[in-house]
Write a protein that binds this ligand. Structure first.
Ligand code: PMP
Length: 284
């Protein structure tokens, strides 16, 4: 495997960043994960737009023009011979003597890109079974709209899920409403067939997959309510599912040990998953 690190393509085993990189010391950076399908990035433009937004919110400079970044992403995918899988990119505020203030003058931002293959048959097998989730209090900061590499609450929540025999953790806010998963957006289908997912303006990351799925839902003439839902409502739902670039739409069949519907992936989650790539933009 090959990793791109600040201008060089290096063997994965030798790829490292400086000990005083601000990503390493402060979590002072942002990232993106983009699906690769048939050798092409899915929704590259939207991922790069979100990257720019995250960087602007933190006042970190773009390490290179977007067109050049696209070239690096494609080259990393090519050098790793990824047909189906994902590409990861991370930008930090760069290397500077440890001090909380932004480096002044600004240091060049650090850029790391990696890519790896994921067997689509395995991902489909997981989706075919459905996953279990647990619920945990949302103890994150207020700026979860920024895709930062500071993911400790997400790490702890997902590890708790794993130890409980589940795959994902759903964060729950102080009023008992689900915000989102540790690395996914959360959705339910109500008894009368309406799709419900939390508004992107309120305490979640605006998932690219979430945005595209809203378009898929409209095309399939499904009714959608963008509003918060409670854990109780989710437990009583006809279906539940999560979305992300790596999970597409994956059914949730258990919440805190409680079976959702008949315990099998539902028709809506399946239809959204099957139709996703007709609406996502691949190869652009
Ligand atoms: N929420 C969180 C907290 C995430 O980490 C992710 C995945 N990076 C998502 C939602 C889903 O976003 P996307 O659909 O862009 O992968």
């Amino acid at each position: 495997r090959i990793a791109y690190v600040n201008g060089a393509y290096l063997p994965h085993a030798d790829a490292g960043v400086h000990v005083e990189d601000r990503g390493y010391q402060f979590g002072d950076g942002v990232y993106e994960v983009c699906e690769v399908r048939a050798g092409h990035m899915v929704d590259e433009r939207r991922h790069l737009e979100r990257l720019v937004r995250s960087l602007n919110e933190l006042r970190i400079r773009l390490p290179m023009p977007l067109a050049a970044l696209g070239v690096v992403l494609r080259e990393t995918i090519r050098r790793n011979r990824v047909r189906n899988g994902l590409v990861y990119l991370q930008v930090t505020r760069g290397v500077a003597r440890r001090d909380h203030y932004f480096p002044d003058p600004a240091t060049p931002p650090s850029l790391v890109v990696t890519a790896r293959s994921v067997d689509p048959a395995r991902a489909d097998a997981v989706a075919g079974e459905g996953i279990a989730v647990i619920t945990v209090p949302d103890n994150r900061w207020e700026r979860v709209d920024i895709k930062t590499i500071g993911l400790l609450p997400n790490v702890l929540a997902k590890q708790a899920a794993k130890q409980a025999g589940a795959r994902e953790a759903w964060f729950v806010d102080a009023s008992g409403h689900v915000t989102e998963g540790g690395s996914t957006n959360a959705w339910i289908v109500t008894g009368d067939g309406r799709l419900v997912t939390r508004p992107a303006e309120g305490g979640i990351l605006r998932g690219i997959t979430r945005t595209v799925m809203l378009e898929v839902a409209e095309a399939l003439q499904l009714r959608v309510d963008e509003r918060p839902f409670t854990v109780a409502e989710a437990r009583a739902a006809r279906e539940a599912f999560v979305t992300s670039a790596t999970n597409l739409a994956t059914a949730v069949v258990r919440i805190d040990g409680h079976l959702i519907g008949d315990g099998r992936p539902g028709a809506v989650a399946r239809a959204l998953r099957e139709n996703f790539h007709k609406y996502a933009q691949t190869g652009r």
